[in-house]
Ligand binder design. Sequence first.
Ligand code: GLU
Length: 499
Amino acid sequence: MAEEVRVRFAPSPTGYLHVGGARTALFNWLWARHTGGTFILRIEDTDRKRYVPDSLDDIMASLRWLGLEWDEGPDAGGPYGPYFQSQRLEHYHRYAEELIARGAAYRCYCTPERLAQVREERRRRGLPPGYDRHCRYLPEEERARLEAEGTPSVVRLKVPETGQTVVHDLLRGEIAFDNQKLEDVVLLKSDGYPTYHLAVVVDDHLMRISHVMRADEWISSFPLHALIYRALEWEMPVFVHLPMILDPSGKGKLSKRKQRRPDGQVEENMTMVREFREAGYLPEALFNFLATLGWAYSGEQEIFSVEEAVAKFELEDIRTAPAVFSYEKLEWMNGVYIRALAPEELARRLVPFMERAGLRVTADDLLPLIPLVQERLKTLADGPAYLDFFFQDIETPSADVLVPKKMDAPRTLEALRAAREVLAEVEWNEEAIEARLRQLAGELGLKAGQLFQPIRVATTGKRVAPPLFGTLYHLGRERALERIDRALQVLEQAAVQEQ
Ligand code: GLU
């Protein structure tokens, strides 16, 4: 292909960036970077009723967080701007007029009340919803009269009433639509704003878009767009409709809908990029995961870098079969990426999550603790649960948490007292702590776990915590002993009550 590749992501600022939208942006971005082409961000803000003010900031921040920087668009500018459709109304007016002049569109003066009547009538007669084309056949004098009276109007597409409209999708080949099933859709609304159908065709043409990659929900609009291109005698870009993204059950489209988790909890699916960011997913993991939704790097290799994806991405390899959004797989991938981070980097990325949990720490504070948790973290948001007791005092655990299974309070008390004595005089390094505590377990006739569990609970406040010896070492002798002393008091009381 000699022509320069120019692709666009064209979100409507009607909500935060959905992972489905992010996947669309990602595929466009990959194709631009693979070919040395241009990635354009165009804001389709012509539906003023559905406009959500902070959605634009969210969309741009989420794209940038994923590393999907645009070459032309808001902020970046470019030779084909403006990149907000609301600032391009004159183009849509001009081509709406052009379509009327070419006999491919017409003005419609029907009032909302009449349209409602038509809808009701069609429903009653079991016809598909749609417009009855009343104004398409208005006598000229009637049209002139309505114009002279300044009657508000919309512009509608004049869809052929018979035959088929055949379109071509790169992955699906030719798709034929019966014109009888298509509607004379509105192109320009009475408020002077275009609908999606007109704006998308005009802008893709004027912005010299070479490939349109978009969600497959737009396939049904495709023939309408083709009719507009043909009426204006414009060459069409290559169209690639991306496969649908299904929820983990594989039964429905990915949505916020509540679902039951394996642990029985019912919660909403995360679907917004910002939710994944807040939940502690790494952008490189989400990038990798989204790239696998409808495209495969190779047969087996699921983990690949941005550079590898850019090098390998080919449109022909995009699949048409729906892709299942597996939260489990994403969590696994996130763990893989967390383990691959340099410790300094992981420490740096954990800081905001610690702060959010009310823990004031720096990356330098965290760095020595990284080896304790790097293997265990599934998300950055897991950080505080594993590390909080290093940075804030703990509530003294109760006896039922301190006493391990198959032990009682007196025996636990005895074991923890002995451990305290050992920890008070052992040389303070991980190896020595481990060796002496293991030896002590033997001396007391306890399994290692029976001794370690009360020490862990006493010093961290948790049953599940990072590896014990490193934890004790980094906690420091003084704090470890102080916490053990508090636990001993609790156990003493419990032991008295049990006698
Ligand atoms: N504004 C449309 C959307 O948000 C764009 C569809 C397209 O890419 O043509 O889905």
